[in-house]
Design a binder for this molecule. Structure first.
Ligand SMILES: [Fe+2]
Length: 234
């Protein structure tokens, strides 16, 4: 099955290799430099993760302000996977102006991202998301994705019951097993696929980035040029 088939008619998500690993390593180095947490000169993601694992959510939020200067994160993510993006959306795109960086702190006391799908946030149904951890995922700190068929069944059930985020969705977190990816692997998924993460134990925080993109020729929904920018792949 080719990637487009997998994403549109198949499971709705796929694990893919980063195509430009040099650029992706540069992205990780930029993150370490810009978040400015470690005092060591050596660029080591695990040193940063270890420091962040001991920080409170509020402290992490404060250091996230440092990432406001990371203005080319979106472009770097898209350019790390150019053929993947082109296969799904062509060369002319709308991409998220500011890709997200998410830092998850270990420990059950930290609230976790409950099961959700991206359409909830008002992006168009033609949008895809690339989700990329900045290190190997050796514990349950990653993300789980639920195949499109099961996701749609859950949504239909909720619709029939007149619910959004009812108990079925909220309780899904309990039995999920996040994928263990290597640095240099990404998950690409469509906006109908349910996903989330679970509490995990580790000495290290989890760092991942995500970026949304769609074809320039497909309609937008609520999100417009405040959120997206025109981008042409080289
Ligand atoms: Fe999400």
């Amino acid at each position: 099955m080719d990637l487009y088939e997998e994403l549109v008619h198949g499971p709705g998500y796929a694990v893919c290799p980063v195509e430009n690993i040099q650029l992706f390593k540069k992205l990780r180095d930029c993150f370490i430099e810009k978040i400015n947490i470690s005092t060591e000169s050596e660029k080591n993601i695990n040193v940063v993760r270890k420091a962040m694992a001991k920080m409170s959510k509020a402290e992490i939020n404060r250091s996230m302000i440092n990432l406001l200067t990371f203005t080319d994160l979106s472009d770097m993510m898209i350019n790390s996977c150019p053929s993947l993006v082109e296969t799904l959306c062509g060369k002319e795109l709308f991409i998220q102006r500011r890709a997200h960086t998410i830092i998850n702190v270990p420990g059950s006391e930290h609230s976790k991202q409950w099961t959700h799908y991206e359409m909830m946030s008002g992006i168009s149904p033609f949008t895809y998301v690339i989700w990329a951890p900045l290190h190997d995922l050796e514990d349950d700190g990653g993300a789980y994705h639920i195949d499109q068929k099961s996701s749609l069944e859950v949504m239909k059930k909720e619709q029939e019951a007149g619910l959004v985020n009812g108990p079925t969705v909220l309780n899904m977190m309990e039995k999920q097993k996040p994928a263990r990816l290597k640095f240099g692997q990404v998950v690409v998924f469509n906006p109908f696929v349910l996903h989330g993460n679970v509490p995990f134990n580790s000495d290290l925080a989890r760092v991942a980035c995500n970026v949304r993109f769609q074809s320039y020729n497909k309609p937008l929904l609520q999100k417009n040029s405040d959120y997206l920018k025109y981008y042409r792949l080289p």
